[in-house]
Design a protein. Structure first.
Length: 145
């Protein structure tokens, strides 16, 4: 199986990771037994140290290199974890999303039925000019949301 190795120094939460056009290393490896496509373990015969990102064309997925272990006879084991954002970037960006909650602070553009409603009562007392003078009061009710 062919493995293309890169060095990614950016934020792993970015969907469109800009990798160099050419991989730093192109290797052939052997898939270890009993591993999953989401987290494969691959045995290679070249030193991959200094690399932290991989692409496996056979799987069509990008991976973070979680661990590099030196094995016997100049062999190395790569433990990988799938980068879901880069692997499925086109499908993620094509999604039609309807937001119903805001993870940040409340915004007027996304009404959030679970956000706390602010309630304040302001009481103001007014004294009349003369004893027995009629005091007028008013109430203002403001509703936002």
């Amino acid at each position: 199986m062919q493995i293309l190795l890169y060095n990614w120094a950016g934020d792993p939460r970015v969907i469109n990771k800009q990798l160099t056009e050419e991989p730093n290393l192109t290797l052939t490896g052997t898939l270890r037994e009993e591993c999953r496509i989401e987290a494969p373990s691959i045995l290679i015969q070249s030193d991959p140290r200094g690399q932290n990102y991989a692409y496996i064309p056979e799987f069509g997925r990008y991976y973070f290199i979680e661990d590099i272990t030196a094995e016997r006879n100049a062999a190395f084991r790569l433990d990988l974890r799938v980068d879901v954002l880069k692997s499925f970037a086109a499908r993620i960006l094509a999604l039609e999303v309807h937001g119903i909650r805001s993870a940040v602070k409340q915004t007027p553009y996304i009404p959030d039925p679970q956000a706390p409603i602010e309630s304040r009562m302001i009481v103001e007392a007014t004294e009349g000019d003369e004893i027995g003078a009629q005091v007028r009061s008013s109430m203002i009710l403001v509703t936002v949301g």
